[in-house]
Write a protein of this length. Structure first.
Length: 224
């Protein structure tokens, strides 16, 4: 099977679904794959069966799907192109980090490997895109790394925002307006389960955000 844009989109969706699985889970549910791609479950099942026949995935009826080693490599390379393109659009073209996802979705399927390598070199071999997502290496591999969200991180500890797990433009603008982009130092002062809110301190400013938003901000302890 040639890696068409449709195939690449399926590989990427399954790959990202695998990354979010709980430790006891092995397969990505077909309903989740269909929802992430905006297609019917029947359409998703037909394509996943084709991926399995091509050796790019393992499909178990009524259970789900998982990429093979070959499928994971191809998916990683698609993510590499996408994230390098996003960074190029922000750093070189001057576009907002909130507006580059859709353009990168289109360009990731048409840029050549030679151009991606040149972009990588031009940007100084970056390790992360503007949203903090790791950029796979030339083999399509991403080093495993554990990050807490603002819901699971320690309280009263200096933290560094590392990754934003949502590409919605409105959400990214909200993050930017509150000074919570990757690289910013923050501290969680308290969590209110009844109000579904988290109170943060950033420099001398206090910010209260909802639990849903807090779950999408990934952080690590700032050891600098």
């Amino acid at each position: 099977m040639l890696p068409s844009s449709t195939v690449e989109n399926y590989l990427k969706a399954i790959y990202q679904g695998q990354s979010a699985l709980a430790s006891e889970q092995r397969l990505v549910p077909m309903g989740q794959v269909a929802a992430s791609l905006g297609v019917t479950p029947g359409t998703a099942t037909t394509m996943v069966k084709a991926l399995a026949e091509s050796g790019l995935a393992e499909y178990e009826p009524y259970s789900g799907v998982r990429l093979s080693a070959a499928g994971e490599r191809l998916a990683g390379l698609v993510l590499r192109r996408h994230r390098l393109v996003e960074l190029f659009l922000v750093q070189v073209m001057g576009m907002s980090w909130a507006d580059v996802h859709d353009d990168a979705e289109q360009l990731e399927h048409v840029v050549s490997d030679r151009l991606i390598d040149r972009i990588d070199e031009m940007l100084g071999r970056p390790t992360h895109d503007p949203h903090g997502d790791p950029i796979p290496n030339t083999a399509g591999e991403i080093a495993a790394r554990h990050l807490d969200s603002l819901l699971t991180c320690p309280l009263a500890t200096r933290l560094r925002v590392t990754r934003i797990a949502d590409q919605d433009p409105a959400f990214l603008r909200f993050i930017e307006s509150n000074g919570l982009k990757p690289g910013e130092a923050v501290e969680v002062e308290s969590r209110d389960d009844a109000a579904d809110s988290v109170m943060l301190r950033r420099k001398d400013r206090h910010i209260t955000i909802g639990a849903r938003a807090a779950s999408k901000l990934l952080v690590e302890v700032d050891r600098s």
